[in-house]
Design a protein. Structure first.
Length: 80
């Protein structure tokens, strides 16, 4: 961001944020995660059917309960 003025930096930083969506996780509707550390992801992804998590985490990708909501970077970019 070298050489940009304040207004240009603010545009770069705020433009993508205007499309952000705040979600309240569904703690009691999501299936239990096999890894307790992944429960927050399941709770959040359960909010909307159109949400997808792009990840390289093998455990998440191999978890049959997450099959509809996780994808690899390659699948996401290449449209596989």
């Amino acid at each position: 961001m070298d050489g940009l003025n304040v207004a240009e930096v603010e545009t770069i930083l705020t433009d993508p944020a205007q499309h952000a969506i705040v979600l309240k996780p569904l703690h009691d509707k999501a299936p239990r995660a096999s890894d307790p550390g992944d429960q927050m992801l399941r709770d959040t992804l359960a909010v909307r059917a159109d949400l997808r998590l792009v990840t390289g985490d093998r455990l998440l990708l191999e978890d049959s309960g997450m099959a509809d909501c996780v994808t690899t970077q390659c699948e996401s970019v290449c449209g596989i």
